[in-house]
Design a binder for this molecule. Structure first.
Ligand SMILES: Cc1ncc(COP(=O)(O)O)c(C=O)c1O
Length: 401
């Protein structure tokens, strides 16, 4: 069997792989603590779920326009006005199956063979794999460990060449939790406004920022570089709606129309029921988002404290998203493993804790711990991790004697 050449460039998502393995063990009756999941443990807020039920009961179960129903696109505009103070028309909105489809449409529309696309590392693998699938070349700006991977404008702009088609920014970032500053994005936007390079921002975790920092990226881009800026976002994390598949793209009208051509040939509209739920999420009360954010913040701080009881674990406090991204290189040799990938495999096999090794994010020596799980499970998982390290160390000391 021969598959298309483009498939040789990409690999399955490492995060989905961990989730599948944890799920397999759970179904076999094993008590796994799952730090791999990139999704909220909270249920979808009741008002949002009810809107979905109502859509079914009302028979709202037919095709909608491929770009999304008009009222749903208006709801996206409403939220953008409320959150960012920026006006968009419905023609500048595409409703997508999560930010993933928003980013994928964008990649298909913008990237050609021979294009270079700059993004920052560590990265969420899908960003880079979508670039590769479209035949373009990802160019990586590696963030600095001592700055928690908060990327600076010159680190990105130093990599611009005449072949640069776009810059993809993800803030807050999965896996590092790094939050970019408005100044950084402004400096990048000013440069791109002169050179015509596109800026694509992935704001999937935009609602999960834990300190009061200025992060109105949509306004910064709209003020400086609106003709070539694309915003990809999602209800998945903010409204605990991962399974509904609800996201959107904001961008210039022609660009959105072209994304809709791609979407029209791929999936057409997002599920009609999901669209009604999304509309309620975006226009209804927002207090569930605030409550979830407060709980994540508490979990972040508590788990960080437990993890760093072992001084060999280096972990900065991430500003957003719901991941801790500790550097565990100093634990590898004492545990008898060479890489963080081996560490993660052994931890799952011996202590039944699932986490994602940094290798998948271009960050060997790190592991990603999702704190989108209850405090009890977080405590249990960190205790198991610590017990695993001690057991491994004792085992090695005994062999050495
Ligand atoms: C950085 C980032 N962008 C986009 C997504 C896609 O989320 P969804 O397609 O559910 O909106 C994820 C999911 O994990 C993510 O971490």
């Amino acid at each position: 069997m021969t598959f298309a050449n483009r498939l040789a460039r990409v690999a399955p998502s490492p995060t989905l792989k961990v989730a599948a393995e944890a799920d397999r063990l759970r179904r076999a009756g094993v008590d796994v603590v799952d730090f791999g999941a990139g999704e909220p443990d909270f249920p979808t807020p009741a008002n949002v779920a009810t809107a979905g039920h109502k859509a079914i009961d009302a028979g709202y179960t037919k095709y909608t326009p491929s770009a999304g129903a008009a009222d749903v696109r208006e709801a996206v505009c409403h939220r953008a006005r409320e959150d960012y103070g920026v006006g968009f028309t419905a023609a500048e909105v595409l409703v997508t199956a999560g930010a993933k489809q928003a980013l994928y449409n964008t990649a298909v529309v913008l990237f050609d063979d021979g294009d270079e696309v700059i993004t920052h590392s560590p990265f969420w693998p899908t960003i880079v794999d979508q670039v590769l699938l479209c035949g373009a070349t990802p160019v990586l700006a590696r963030g600095r460990r001592d700055r928690g991977f908060v990327v600076e404008a010159d680190e990105i702009l130093d990599r611009v060449t005449p072949k640069t088609k776009a810059i993809i920014l993800n803030t807050p970032c999965n896996p590092s939790g790094a939050v970019m500053t408005e100044d950084t994005v402004a400096a990048i936007a000013d440069h791109c406004a002169k050179t015509g390079v596109w800026i694509v921002v992935d704001l999937t975790y935009d609602k999960l920022i834990y300190e009061p920092v200025a992060h109105n990226i949509v306004k910064v881009l709209s003020d400086r570089h609106r003709e070539r800026s694309v915003v990809c976002s999602s209800a998945s994390k903010a409204y605990a709606m991962t399974g509904w598949r609800a996201g959107w793209t904001l961008g210039p009208k022609d660009f959105i129309t072209t994304c809709n051509t791609v979407q029209g040939h791929a999936t057409s509209n997002v599920c009609s029921i999901t669209q009604k739920a999304l509309m309620e999420a975006l226009t209804g009360p927002q207090d569930a988002v605030d409550a979830m954010r407060a709980e994540y913040r508490g979990r972040r701080d508590e788990t960080l404290g437990w993890l760093t009881e072992d001084a060999r674990v280096e972990c900065l406090r991430p500003g957003g998203a719901f991941y801790l991204f500790p550097y565990i290189a100093e634990l590898l040799a004492p545990c008898g493993v060479k890489t963080s990938a081996e560490f993660a495999d052994a931890l799952l096999a011996e202590a039944r804790v699932a986490l994602t090794a940094g290798e998948g994010f271009d960050a060997p020596g790190f592991v990603r711990i999702s704190y989108a799980t209850s405090r009890e499970r977080l405590r249990e998982g960190v205790s198991r991790l610590q017990a695993f390290v001690h057991a491994r160390e004792r085992g090695r000391a005994a062999t050495a004697r």
